[in-house]
Design a protein. Structure first.
Length: 132
């Protein structure tokens, strides 16, 4: 995973700049590396009907899945600060559909990093038995 970290951080920061956030004005970018080594990115996309807004992390997962990727090694989320860029509950649950655990690195505008894991953020994820 370490070999992917510089590229993941760079992609998450790049995707953050693509965010569509006219309501909150808060930009997030995400970069997810699949087991294949390919990196998938996403940004938050807001909507006037707030419930239709999609987070950067889910956009990255959906891009990866639509490309055929089902296993992931790490996720970087770039936001205003590492301390307030944690994935929301919906994103955590979507990630848990594909990973029992996943390294998650949070990056802030000042360059600070915070490392955590999906297992730490969602210790008792809801799971059904399904083929992946």
């Amino acid at each position: 995973m370490e070999e992917y970290l510089p590229s993941l951080i760079q992609e998450a920061l790049r995707r953050r700049e693509q965010a569509y956030c006219p309501y909150s004005k808060v930009r997030f970018g995400a970069a997810l590396v699949g087991a294949s080594g390919k990196i998938y990115g996403g940004c938050n996309v807001e909507n006037a009907s707030y419930g239709l807004t999609v987070c950067a992390e889910r956009n990255a997962v959906f891009a990866a899945v639509s490309a055929g990727e089902r296993q992931f090694l790490a996720l970087v989320v770039a936001g205003p600060s590492a301390q307030n860029s944690f994935p929301c509950g919906a994103c955590r649950q979507v990630l848990a559909e594909f990973c029992e655990d996943l390294t998650i690195i949070l990056v802030g505008e000042a360059g600070e990093h915070l490392t955590t894991s999906l297992a730490e953020l969602l210790p008792k994820a809801f799971r059904l038995s399904a083929e992946r």
